[in-house]
Design a protein around this ligand. Structure first.
Ligand code: FAD
Length: 512
């Protein structure tokens, strides 16, 4: 008989069964409103699950009645995959948030409905360890991890998926029977392909994840405190601002160029700067400034020296008014606070691109134009440049489903606004921004051309599948998964042969 994971210790599930909420139910608006503001679905039913068995029942119900099903964990999806009008049953994992140590698998079990903040808090207070993952504590573990999640500790500790030991998922076989399976990274595990697909294959593709287990690949022994990275006791948190009004195109180019050059020089796995993480947001001119939030995963004189050297390198030859605020924070305080950006009041559209090298002069000029255009007055637009690389780049592209393993930066293009009546205006702006930056490669960051290495599936962008916006010969699936896509399709065929789990950018069944 196949080995099953133990049920982690803790209080029994609070729900006697799945809670089935229909449109007339007083709880319905709270549940369908959990996603980002730009999307609002109208499913017939939301099933709130408190245990794996509840998810099995919900999926079985959807399959039996031929209703399109989607799962929501933290509700932070940047596209309307869960809120798609075609979705009739939403499985909401709000009742599955337990974090525990599972002695049978010698790994930490995290239920998929937990938020990153809940995972950070429980792992740290319980065992003094963490999983290196994203900076927003409200993001859900469920959708985050399987998109190849990254965050402030990843340059020194790798991606969260690099520490994924096992996954429990509810899948549907070719006869339409839903069941839960556990897949591990053990080479002898016949289900290993399913584990692999969850190391960057993206949300909503193969089944519904109910639990993740984490243990670092190089960990040994059975002392839980030694099985995952230990975060620093405290961090040097920083917030920098550059005055936009006094910055001309030359100074703008220097700031972006300095930042790119620093990233090229200090993102090798053995660099002392892997403890430094930053998110530079080059904002639209009406916002009046550019901002950077970051942290050094350490405090004391050495951390101060790293930060000083970084800021000095960025400011070479700029001469614009600049401010820097620094603060020493206990690590958990910093992790639960995040960068302090609250996206919830806004309608947001994101696009992304991996960068192996700095932006070219031509790309910087395109960014300058889009951030200063006077025919588009919105202050809520930005180009984000996030530090990357370090330990992330020690893993082979095919070892996990996250193929991008030699980038030094992530580029993030953001439009944020409030009024739904303005959607078209802001979508047009961000589309033209992206098209201009990648003008030489059909408007998208084609892997292996110039400085680009595709895009990041945790920031999904349906425009990549739209020939109006992707005029390259490279399909969206290659932009996200590169050479790993064919293998993901094979996993799809094995584990979701009826294509039950699908959305606008879902892994497609292999060609027949
Ligand atoms: C404010 C904000 C900050 C962010 N910061 C970071 C960051 O620092 N680093 C980073 O890597 N990413 C970041 N992201 C992106 C984030 O990782 C993705 O949006 C992720 O998919 C969110 O997961 P979720 O469970 O919260 O979202 P959901 O909306 O619940 O789900 C997202 C997608 O995953 C699927 N999914 C959800 N749960 C499951 C499950 N249990 N099993 C299978 N599929 C599932 C959904 O069906 C959907 O397609 C951020 C997003 C936001 C909005």
């Amino acid at each position: 008989m196949r080995r099953r994971a133990s049920q982690p210790p803790g209080p029994a599930c609070a729900f006697p069964g799945p809670v089935r909420v229909t449109q007339q139910d007083v709880r319905y608006p709270s549940l369908v409103g959990r996603g980002l503001r730009r999307f609002r679905g109208s499913p017939d039913e939301v099933w709130v699950a408190g245990a794996t068995e509840h998810v099995v029942q919900a999926v079985q119900h959807a399959v039996r009645h031929d209703m399109r099903v989607a799962v929501r964990s933290g509700g932070h999806c940047y596209e309307g995959f869960v809120d798609d009008p075609a979705v009739r049953v939403v499985i909401d994992l709000s009742g599955m948030r337990k974090v525990s140590f599972d002695p049978l698998l010698n790994a930490f079990a995290v239920e998929a409905g937990a938020t990153l903040g809940e995972m950070y808090r429980d792992l740290f207070l319980g065992w003094g360890v963490t999983v290196p993952a994203g900076w927003c504590p409200d993001v859900g573990v469920g959708g985050h991890i399987l998109g190849g999640a990254y965050g402030p500790l990843c340059r020194s500790a790798g991606l969260s998926t690099d520490h994924l030991y096992a996954v429990e998922a509810v899948v549907v076989d070719r006869h339409g029977t839903a069941r839960s399976v556990v897949a591990t990274r053990e080479p002898s595990d016949p289900y290993r392909d399913l584990w692999w697909a969850h190391t960057g294959g993206g949300g909503g593709n193969f089944g519904t994840v109910t639990r993740y287990w984490f243990r670092s690949p190089d960990a040994d022994g059975d002392d839980p405190a030694g099985l995952l990275p230990a975060p620093p006791a405290s961090v040097l948190s920083f917030h920098a601002e550059w005055d936009w009004q006094g910055m001309d195109e030359t100074a703008f180019g220097r700031l972006v160029g300095n930042h790119g050059q620093w990233s090229e020089q200090h993102s090798s796995p053995d660099s002392p700067f892997t403890s430094l993480y930053s998110e530079l947001h080059l904002l639209r001119l009406p916002a009046g400034r550019h901002v950077m939030d970051g942290q050094v995963a350490d405090t004391g004189p050495a951390a101060e020296r790293l930060l000083d050297a970084y800021i000095t390198a960025l400011n070479q030859g700029i001469g614009t008014p600049f401010t820097l605020q620094k603060q020493q924070l206990p690590w958990l305080t910093s992790a639960l606070r995040g960068p302090g950006v609250d996206a919830s009041p806004y309608r947001v559209k994101l696009k992304a691109g991996y960068l192996r090298r700095r932006l070219t002069d031509q790309q910087i000029a395109a960014a300058y134009h889009q951030l200063t255009r006077t025919d588009y007055p919105n202050p809520g637009g930005a180009l984000g440049l996030y530090t990357y690389g370090g330990k992330v780049n020690t893993v082979a592209p095919e070892a996990t489903a996250t193929a991008q393993r030699d980038s030094v930066l992530k580029a993030v293009y953001v439009a944020a606004w409030e009024d739904p009546a303005e959607d078209d205006t802001h979508l047009a702006w961000i589309r033209s921004f992206y098209r201009d930056v990648y003008a030489d490669t059909g408007g998208v960051p084609v892997p292996g051309t110039g400085n680009s290495d595709g895009s990041f599936v945790n920031y999904p962008d349906t425009d990549l599948a739209d020939p109006r916006w992707n005029t390259s010969a490279t399909p969206w699936s290659t932009l996200y998964y590169k050479d790993n896509y064919a293998r993901l399709q094979t996993v799809k065929a094995r584990w979701d042969p009826r294509n039950v789990f699908t959305h606008a950018l879902a892994v497609e069944p292999p060609p027949t």
